[in-house]
Ligand binder design. Structure first.
Ligand code: ADP
Ligand code: TZD
Ligand code: MG
Length: 588
């Protein structure tokens, strides 16, 4: 019989001071493991859990919708290397949070979704409890690990398992099921304290064998046109100095994936960002550092990679099964980025030969030509603004205020901003991640402000913003230094599409024209501004960052400026039949 139950008779008459309960054990277990923030939406059975957590000194931020609390928790995980905690009610609240938990797992970010649930006995017999759902079973296939705690004395172990599962190896999302009656269970306070577990060395470092390092060095030495690709796993690892040393000592041009931008400043002479197509195609050896060869890199093969020429890959990843996932990896390096990079730098020794200068110069020349070609578009001061002219302004703001956290989502708004806006420091850019999910903006902005204390600039497509816009109330309520710029082009991709039937309903991709998103912000006491010109945008953004007041700038963008699906239009399915029937159909 469980310890808590055996204590029941004994505790009925006991002095409450000598007792503890499920609420307090859970809070104490989180605090013992340095959890300082919970991203929350209250309700049965966790309302009081939030209150007690706040009373105990944990910062509890209550959101308007669990999905955004979840995104905030996942981004907190990315920024801190500790699991971000999201807390929700049962069934519908749990499901709302689950999207974010799955997204965290997909992005390899540590997060724990703690959801209250209803009575096990009733759920398992499907007798129709309040918000009844077998949450553990539903969460399991969508996250890295899922646990349920039934007895108060197991809370310490349950929380420890959840934390270690989230951060060890490849980080990911963990679900922790908390049946409501667990919270009310009472046990002896001293026994309770003893049952808590502080997780020691939750994400042990891991260095590959000397043989694996030598193999990698041999492959790198054989290169005539080497390339390094830095991914968000490298950003997550926080071993910024040794990554920089690896890149600079090797002399190899590098390409940062979107959330690895800033690991080295985007203005670094070895950055090949502006020559992306060229380096992917022409390189002969590629060192992947915490980046997967998934759709974002065309799976490491095909025309984009210059096939039929063969390439050799060296890959650093904490997850052994990532190796050979899409193409053969000539030299797998399984371990954490910091340990592996340290071993590689050491093995490069004092006589390391930098790559042939015809290659590095060709890359530099291409970068310079592309940067110069872009420059005039960024200066354009015409009205209405297009993506380049508006982003030209924000590029300068980020250069002047490099500590600002940059959040970015949308289609064109994302793709243009990713290539135009330089990031100057590590982990300053948070975006739609591996899934390209819309709606991460406000949760990410809140977590970025809360976890770093720096001002946040969130650049949002008007559609993207619509997925999470209500959280501006949360931003105002906690008075967070968040400046949102809505790139308002009246729609998804473009604002000028028409209904192909000729009927009265608007096209499927357009919104109310000339909407005033800035008025929404004013409704909650924040600063709302409309910007029609680059100058107006510049003044408003700088004022917002300086004042740290919650601000939303409605930036009017030419509805004709965008492309269908931004830069990834080619992923849209096509059909010759449809093209023949609808002459308007976009050719990708
Ligand atoms: P990007 O989208 O930037 O290309 P991905 O999310 O595809 O990056 O890849 C990140 C990779 O980094 C994952 O395969 C993950 O296993 C790996 N990873 C995460 N944390 C670490 C770490 N600390 N050390 C090494 N690899 C890591
Ligand atoms: N739903 C979710 C959750 N994620 C998605 N990625 C989409 C739908 C599909 N989608 C995109 O991939 S981008 C996008 C949607 C709806 C919005 C693009 O419009 P925007 O940006 O206004 O945010 P631009 O600047 O108009 O292109
Ligand atoms: Mg839009």
């Amino acid at each position: 019989m469980a310890l808590a139950e055996t204590l029941d008779d004994h505790v009925t008459n006991a002095d409450p001071q000598t007792l503890t309960d499920g609420f307090h054990l859970l809070i104490d277990a989180l605090k013992l493991n340095d959890i300082k923030t919970i991203y929350n939406v209250p309700g049965i059975p966790i309302t009081d859990l939030g209150r007690y957590a706040q009373a105990s000194g944990i910062r509890v931020l209550s959101f308007r919708h669990e999905q955004h609390a979840g995104y905030a928790a996942s981004v907190a995980g990315f920024l801190t290397k500790k699991p971000g905690i999201c807390m929700t009610v049962s069934a519908p609240g749990f499901l709302n949070g689950l999207t974010a938990l799955a997204n965290a797992t997909t992005n390899c970010w540590p997060m724990i979704l703690i959801s209250g649930s209803s009575e096990r006995e009733v759920v398992d017999l499907q007798q129709g409890d309040y918000e009844e759902m077998d949450q553990l079973a539903i969460a399991k296939p969508l996250c890295k690990a899922a646990f349920r705690i039934l007895h108060a004395e197991d809370i310490g172990i349950g929380v420890a398992r959840a934390i270690r599962s989230a951060v060890s190896g490849r980080p990911g999302g963990v679900y922790l099921d908390i049946p409501g009656n667990l919270l009310g269970q009472v046990m002896d306070a001293v026994e309770g304290e003893k049952s808590l577990v502080k997780v020691i060395d939750p994400a042990p470092k891991q260095t590959p064998s000397a043989e694996a390092i030598d193999r990698a060095i041999d492959v790198m030495k054989s290169a005539r046109r080497p390339l390094i690709i830095l991914g968000k796993g490298a950003a997550y690892d926080q071993s910024d100095d040794i990554i920089r040393e690896l890149v600079e000592k090797s002399g190899i041009p590098y390409l940062p994936m979107s959330m690895a931008k800033g690991l080295l400043p985007d203005t670094h002479p070895q950055s090949a960002s502006a020559a992306r197509s060229m380096v992917l195609k022409d390189s002969d050896v590629v060192l992947m550092v915490g980046a997967r060869l998934n759709w974002l890199l065309s799976h490491g093969k095909g025309k984009q990679w210059g096939e039929p020429y063969s390439k050799k890959f060296v890959q650093i990843d904490i997850e052994a099964t990532e190796m050979d996932s899409n193409v053969e990896i000539a030299a797998p390096l399984v371990g954490d980025v910091g340990s592996v990079a340290t071993a590689l730098v050491a093995a490069m020794g004092d006589s390391w030969q930098q790559p042939p200068s015809d290659w590095t110069e060709a890359v530099r020349n291409k970068v310079q030509a592309n940067v110069e070609r872009m420059a005039s578009r960024l200066q354009n001061n015409s009205t209405p603004m297009d993506y380049s002219s508006a982003l030209g302004v924000l590029k300068k703001v980020m250069a002047d205020k490099p500590d600002t956290m940059f959040v970015n989502e949308g289609a064109n708004t994302l793709d243009f901003a990713r290539s135009i806006i330089d990031i100057h420091k590590p982990r300053k850019r948070i975006d739609v991640g591996t899934w390209g999910v819309m709606g991460i903006g406000m949760g990410s902005a809140i977590a970025a402000a809360v976890e770093t204390g720096h001002p946040v600039l969130a650049v949002e497509g008007d559609s993207a913003f619509g997925f999470c816009g209500m959280e501006i109330e949360t931003i105002c309520r906690y008075n967070l230094p968040v400046c949102i710029v809505v790139f308002n082009n009246n729609g998804i991709y473009r604002g000028d599409d028409t209904n192909w039937s000729g009927g009265e309903d608007p096209a499927t991709t357009v919104f109310v024209s000339d909407a005033r998103y800035d008025h929404m912000m004013a409704a909650f006491g924040g600063v709302g501004v409309q910007a029609e010109t680059p100058d107006e945008l510049n003044t408003a953004v700088r004022e917002a960052i300086e004042s740290r007041k919650p601000t939303l700038i409605n930036a009017k963008i030419d509805p004709k400026a965008g492309k269908e699906s931004g830069n990834i239009g080619s992923l849209n399915p096509q059909s010759a039949v449809a093209q023949a029937r609808y002459p308007q159909a976009v050719k990708h």
